[in-house]
Design a binder for this molecule. Structure first.
Ligand SMILES: NC(=O)c1ccc[n+]([C@@H]2O[C@H](COP(=O)([O-])OP(=O)(O)OC[C@H]3O[C@@H](n4cnc5c(N)ncnc54)[C@H](OP(=O)(O)O)[C@@H]3O)[C@@H](O)[C@H]2O)c1
Length: 213
């Protein structure tokens, strides 16, 4: 059965999944790039960029798990880019260049309609204005039996958590403090929702936590 999974979602010690003031210059908000220091050097991520080499070991094992058996993705509009409000034109096509690292259908939640964009390498961005359930329904159909991953950001993950729809969640806690930004668990009662920690593994760059119901 198709699962809804969150993976490789990095938060600071004080719980932020992005710093404040997201912008073109700071896609993860001010200081937010440090969140991914465990992920970027991994062999898995380097291969996703079409490069060779990279680190192996625990961080890479979690990175590899994050992309296994995925048939579709769901993103929030702020993860897709820095533009807010109405789309001024069709120029913005995501942070990731002509060949984004998804290689599946990607459903972007937004209140502002936009025509789907077919990218190189099998990624198509679809813009969904009917809410989280409609996005999940479309993603499940597109995934054809494989799993659906909620990529982020915080607002999007929180909605799927509150609706009780996330089957598995891997969070990587980076040893940094951001002080402000988008707080992952703010207002989300994970215990009441029935989640428990089933794995916790430290490395020198992050502590990996897996939560399941
Ligand atoms: N730490 C990590 O591992 C990680 C991973 C991914 C992303 N991020 C970061 O997280 C940040 C983005 O997170 P975020 O919490 O600010 O935003 P987000 O979840 O990416 O996007 C929120 C926006 O998506 C649209 N949206 C969300 N739910 C919707 C719904 N039910 N119906 C219609 N539209 C909906 C709304 O945009 P409109 O109303 O404007 O259309 C909303 O403002 C970025 O900085 C990104 O780089 C971090």
């Amino acid at each position: 059965m198709t699962k809804l999974r969150v993976h490789a979602f990095s938060i600071s010690l004080d719980g932020y999944g992005a710093g404040s003031k997201q912008s073109l210059e700071n896609p993860l908000g001010v200081g937010g790039e440090q969140l991914h220091e465990w992920f970027v050097p991994t062999s898995t991520f380097q291969q996703m960029l079409g490069k060779q080499g990279g680190t192996t070991g625990i961080d890479d094992d979690f990175a590899a798990r994050a992309i296994a058996n995925l048939g579709a993705w769901i993103l929030g509009r702020n993860m897709f880019g820095p533009i807010r409000g109405e789309w001024p034109d069709d120029a913005w096509k995501g942070w990731w260049g002509d060949n984004p690292p998804y290689h599946t259908d990607v459903f972007v939640l937004t209140h502002h309609p936009r025509v789907a964009i077919r990218m190189e390498g099998g990624t198509t961005f679809h813009f969904v204005t009917e809410g989280i359930h409609a996005a999940l329904e479309r993603a499940r159909a597109a995934a054809k039996g494989r799993d659906v991953r909620v990529g982020g950001g915080v607002s999007t993950i929180q909605q799927y958590l509150r609706a009780g729809l996330v089957d598995e969640m891997h969070v990587a806690i980076a040893p940094i403090l951001l002080g402000s930004g988008e707080h992952l668990f703010n207002g989300v009662d994970m215990a009441k929702l029935g989640y428990r920690c089933v794995e916790h593994v430290p490395t020198h760059l992050a502590t990996h936590i897996v939560l399941k119901k």
